[in-house]
Design a binder for this molecule. Structure first.
Ligand code: KIV
Length: 298
């Protein structure tokens, strides 16, 4: 039997048709893991889409890893839409999910529906994600009622960082675990097509995943979820400030950037860049003619 290379496999995957929320459900039924990554710009989205990722999340994590904020709270609708548009230009197959920023869905159901709609109408997204359960169920029902697929997000919900007392794992006591399970059921009943579980015990995430009909996507939630997501800047080693324990670095691009920038500066300072092959040339006879025209004017 012939084996196919990783490159061939990714080429095959990249020829796939557009991934939809139905694909998510089918994959869960078929016990095929769902791959999801965050992206915030055109080239990254293009590359991921070519690699055949199932879904791209334009996460509000962009506030931290791209815009340099301490947390995700300052991110606005305009920030999100700006980055969603860039991602939508790059990705053709992946299911595109826009993360609703802090205060875009908490104030009123009407505002939540309008803002969710902007992700599809202006941002080119296929679905939205929002954090929380109990107090969000009316908003979720109304957004779904408007025909917009919603992904839920439970466990460590970064927009509640101050309420949670920091970026810490959730659902570790029996009562917190039971609460999380109840919330997962509520999100499913409210119409979410899928659910992110962030920083929760692996056995709890697996239990919830087996209980739910909708697929769960884990981040720091073990291998028992129906799919996995990582913040791409963490995976690429591009975010140096803080790396959660659950992140696996698949590259060290931060180190590579340091190397490339230092080498460039050294070469500029030593006149080794630009070399002849990086310079525009001019025909000798044109140059001579130029010199004599300049000299004849003096
Ligand atoms: O904003 C984000 O990137 C997220 C993922 C961590 C799930 O919500």
């Amino acid at each position: 039997m012939s084996t196919i290379s990783t490159l061939q496999a990714s080429l095959l995957r990249s020829q796939q048709l557009k991934v939809t929320t139905r694909t998510f459900h089918q994959k869960k039924k078929d016990r095929q893991p769902i791959s999801m990554l965050t992206a915030y710009d055109y080239p990254t989205a293009l590359s991921m889409d070519r690699a055949g990722v199932d879904s791209i999340l334009v996460g509000d994590s962009l506030g931290m890893v791209v815009l340099g904020y301490e947390n995700t709270l300052p991110v606005t609708m305009e920030d999100m839409l700006h980055h969603c548009k860039a991602v939508a230009r790059g990705a053709k197959s992946a299911l595109l999910i826009g993360d609703m920023p802090f205060m875009s869905y908490q104030v009123s159901t009407q505002e939540a529906v309008r803002n969710a709609g902007r992700f599809l109408q202006e941002g080119g997204m296929d679905a939205v994600k929002l954090e929380g359960a109990r107090d969000r169920l009316d908003a979720i029902r109304s957004i779904v009622g408007a025909g917009i697929p919603v992904m839920g997000h439970l466990g460590l919900t970064p927009q509640s960082v101050h309420q949670l007392g920091g970026f810490r794992a959730q659902g570790k006591s029996a009562s917190a675990a039971k609460n999380l399970l109840d919330e997962a059921y509520q999100l499913q009943e409210a119409g979410c097509f899928s659910l992110v579980l962030e920083s929760v015990p692996a056995k709890l995430a697996e239990y919830i995943s087996q209980e739910l009909v909708i697929p769960t996507i884990g981040i720091g939630a073990g291998v028992g979820c129906d799919g996995q997501v990582l913040v791409t800047h963490d995976l690429l080693g591009l975010f140096d400030r803080f790396t959660p324990r659950f992140v696996k670095k698949y590259a060290d691009l931060y180190g590579e950037l340091d190397r490339a920038f230092s080498e460039y500066i050294d070469e500029v300072e030593s006149h080794t860049f630009p070399a002849e092959e990086h310079s525009v040339t001019m025909n000798d006879s044109e140059w001579e003619a130029f010199l004599s025209s300049v000299n004849s004017e003096q």
